[in-house]
Design a binder for this molecule. Structure first.
Ligand code: ADP
Length: 177
């Protein structure tokens, strides 16, 4: 994302983030309530480079961000090498893990995979600023929140596509659509 020309369009982060209003919800992981099998299903059913981790689906409070490739490697390796890791093992991204009832499958602790401070902007942030942040910080993705709740994600490719789209359209027509 080179700083060739200034981006001066009046679009906002919410206009660019995924999912779009009509799309299925953002694919997130929860910090302490998903099993190995649940997470493997998400990895197999989606191709995203990463997943936000939230406290719970109800709260949508952001805990961190985990890269798909790190998840794949860690789960594969735990299944092979770690005693007691099975499909029904619960994955913990939390700092502390609760004591397990006897006879339950071992838990898989993956907190070390988390980026605990992924870059975030609010949905009302002008894209002019988002583009600038992507350029200056060399971001791959940025999360979008509203009132502290996770709403969506913008990847570098989303930003590039948006810039191209804006450049090909008459800015006046976009503003008054
Ligand atoms: P890229 O944008 O480089 O192709 P991804 O494969 O991660 O990167 O994302 C593909 C599309 O899906 C992008 O438009 C992005 O905004 C969106 N996306 C990325 N991660 C998620 C996610 N966890 N849930 C829903 N949509 C996502």
């Amino acid at each position: 994302l080179e700083a060739k020309e200034e981006f001066t369009h009046k679009t906002l982060a919410m206009d660019v983030m995924r999912p779009r209003r009509s799309d299925p919800a953002l694919t997130v992981l929860t910090q302490d309530s998903m099993t190995v099998e649940d997470v493997e299903a998400i990895i197999n059913e989606t191709t995203y480079s990463g997943y936000p981790v939230v406290v719970s689906r109800e709260s949508q409070r952001l805990v961190g961000f985990v890269l798909r490739r790190d998840l794949v490697i860690s789960i594969e390796s735990a299944r092979k090498k770690q005693e007691g890791i099975v499909s029904s093992s619960v994955i913990y991204f939390t700092d502390h893990c609760p004591p397990l009832p006897p006879c339950s499958p071992s838990m898989l602790k993956l907190r070390n995979l988390l980026d605990l401070s992924p870059f975030t902007v609010t949905d009302q942030t002008p894209m002019e600023i988002v583009v600038d942040i992507f350029r200056k910080l060399g971001l791959r993705q940025c999360l979008v929140t509203h009132n502290g709740k996770l709403l969506g994600i913008i990847t570098k490719k989303d930003v590039l596509k948006h810039i191209a789209q804006m450049a090909n359209q008459d800015p006046d027509s976009i503003l008054f659509n």
